[in-house]
Design a protein around this ligand. Structure first.
Ligand code: ZN
Length: 609
């Protein structure tokens, strides 16, 4: 072993304490130190003569495959017995020891691996988000800065100022999205004490030297500052010029229609380069690691038209994965500093969006893609979250039906979404119609969101071998009851997954979902889901072990719990999930995220007030 490069546990202890206790720039420095340390660890295990680390054989596996011991923790393994361990050993990316003896853990290695003292902190398997849109987030124009955790406009200003401090100076006037700090979706003004967007003056005060574009939901409204206003008002025809109010306000666009917000988003997108997208991918991955979500099942995008009819959830379903694949490919280069660029595992569902009953899109996908094909780090899922385009997504529609039959014939998993009091009925009836021709009871077809689902339809879906995938976008709204009926669904015995549906109409942060699922309180603090709460233990189970059902394939045996033989994906929380006050649930985050034994997060921008 290259002994001089190993870190002692006392050094690790100092690092983790700094990363937790200090704020702002100081934490950033600690994080930089931690990442440098991580890079050294990679060099130590990856160099010639290393006896067993996977890093010594690049190309053999694309997934991180490091050696690591975590000790002195409260490690909730989420195994069937709900075991809590204090020591975890990870060798070549896989768990090799779970227990209470540091000595026994060390015996699993021929040389002494890096060991990190968790200082009695709570640790979990890396969380699984089985329905989100991180691929959209990774293709955002500008330096997208999540505002999921901001409680007021002062928080927004602080986050933007911290972001600006990490960026090169902007051109003046700005020339492209690369100059911009942006937040496109993932937050609601209902979460801010002021229940409004910041003004031009407030944005200028926080970020005088960069243009800012902050846009809510799918289609706005939005706001900008002085530099941004100058950019948008000078966008040439046909996309611009874009109307910006004296207060920096940019009006919302109609859904699937043109308006100032969709014009502004398109103008920024039109300046995106492939390198910009790769940078956004890394930012999205880093944010995900910071909230402890290590595995993401992406559910696609509305197919982009490259006109101002596109909203924040539109992208090109044929090219939007390419910057992710590029980042994964570069992440294999062990001489890159920091070596870790791929901080999460990505699973890709294909959103099928035919409008024609001859289903050319679905046919091509199903004939030419293999479900669950790929590696530990990135692989296909199957069909979801649509089987036909947004105008034909009701179950039983001929276009929907043909795509569903094609998916069933190929043995594919399929997921559809339900938003209204009626659509789950047509979808589940449609599943039954498919099943009458081609059995789907072994395929685990899923209905997502289901805010209004009723027990009779739950029973029918359960009978079909299906499951429900529950998201928390209702947290941003005021509908009462907002749903989903968590309690009824978990008690019914049907497979239940928890997920985010981030990052347009909902936050990615699973701890915000935990808050909503356990309290029923929306962002305004009002009870909107009476009688449908989960316990904290149930939330944890359904973000980890229970979510394996929704991944399928080999992932079921590799993810979701910390047991010998599974992937070494671990999240160490800043506080005790079971002990914090309800209001502090939303502030939970990771102080140390490990992917395949490799530290992929230990500091960085602080998103929590
Ligand atoms: Zn979705």
């Amino acid at each position: 072993m290259e002994g001089g490069l190993e870190m002692s546990s006392s050094e690790e202890r100092g690092l983790s304490r700094r990363a937790v206790l200090r704020t702002g720039a100081v934490t950033g420095a600690a994080a930089a130190g931690a990442m440098a340390a991580s890079g050294r660890a990679v060099a130590a295990t990856g160099g010639a003569g290393s006896s067993q680390a996977g890093g010594g054989d690049p190309g053999r596996r694309t997934s991180p495959a490091e050696d690591l011991i975590l000790f002195n923790g409260r490690i909730h393994t989420m195994d069937a017995a709900q075991s809590v361990a204090s020591v975890l050993g990870i060798r070549q990316g896989l768990v090799v020891y779970v227990g209470s003896s540091l000595g026994q853990a060390r015996q699993q290695f021929t040389d002494q691996p890096r060991a990190i003292d968790l200082e009695d902190r709570m640790a979990l398997p890396g969380l699984i988000d089985c329905h989100n849109h991180i691929v959209l987030m990774g293709n955002r124009p500008g330096h997208h800065t999540p505002l999921e955790n901001a409680q007021n406009i002062a928080d927004v200003q602080a986050l933007y100022a911290a972001r600006a401090a990490t960026l090169q100076p902007s051109a003046n006037p700005p020339t492209s999205a690369a100059d911009f700090i942006t937040t496109i979706g993932g937050f609601s003004t209902n979460q801010f004490a002021e229940t409004r967007l910041p003004t031009l003056t407030e944005l200028d005060a926080a970020v005088p030297g960069h243009p800012v574009y902050i846009s809510e939901g799918f289609t706005g409204p939005s706001a900008t500052n002085t530099l941004g206003k100058a950019f948008f008002e000078n966008v040439p025809s046909p996309v611009g010029p874009i109307a910006v109010g004296a207060d920096g306000s940019i009006a919302a666009a109609p859904f699937l229609g043109s308006g100032p917000t969709s014009q502004a988003t398109l103008a920024l997108r039109q300046t995106l380069t492939f390198d910009d997208r790769k940078r956004s991918v890394r930012d999205a991955m880093a944010y995900a690691a910071s909230v402890g979500v290590t595995t993401h099942l992406d559910q696609g995008a509305f197919q982009a038209t490259n006109t101002p009819a596109d909203g924040s959830a539109h992208e090109d379903n044929y090219t939007m994965h390419l910057p992710f694949l590029a980042v994964y490919a570069e992440g294999e280069q062990r001489d890159v500093e920091p070596a870790v660029e791929a901080a999460i595992r990505l699973r890709i569902n294909y959103l099928l969006f035919d409008s024609d009953p001859s289903i050319p899109v679905a046919t091509a996908r199903i004939q030419n893609a293999f479900p669950f094909f790929g590696n530990d780090l990135v692989k296909n899922g199957a069909a979801g979250e649509f089987l036909a385009d947004i105008f034909h997504y009701a179950g039983g529609n001929p276009t929907w039906m043909n795509a569903a039959l094609e998916a069933a014939k190929a043995g594919w998993r399929a997921e559809v979404h339900s938003l209204t009091p009626a659509d789950f009925q047509s979808e589940i009836a449609g599943f039954e119609a498919v099943n009458a021709q081609i059995p789907i009871t072994g395929l685990r077809w899923v209905v997502a969101h289901v805010p209004f689902i009723t027990p009779d339809y739950v029973a029918r879906l359960h009978e079909l071998g299906g499951g429900v995938n529950l998201t928390a976008y209702e947290y941003f709204g005021t509908a009462n009851p907002g749903g989903p009926p968590y309690r009824m669904l978990v008690d019914s015995g049907i497979p239940v997954g928890l997920s985010s549906d981030g990052m347009q109409i909902a936050p990615m942060n699973p701890w915000i979902h935990a808050y909503y699922a356990t309290t029923g309180l929306n962002a305004l603090g009002n009870q909107i889901n009476p009688g449908q709460q989960l316990t904290r233990a149930e939330v944890l189970e359904h973000f980890t072990s229970a979510n394996r059902w929704f991944l399928g394939g080999q992932d079921e045996d590799l993810l979701g719990t910390l047991e010998v033989g599974r992937l070494g994906d671990v999240v160490v929380l800043n506080d005790d999930f079971f002990a914090v006050a309800d209001t502090d649930l939303r502030k939970l985050h990771s102080v140390l995220t490990v992917l395949g034994g490799r530290v992929v997060h230990s500091g960085g921008i602080q998103y929590w007030a």
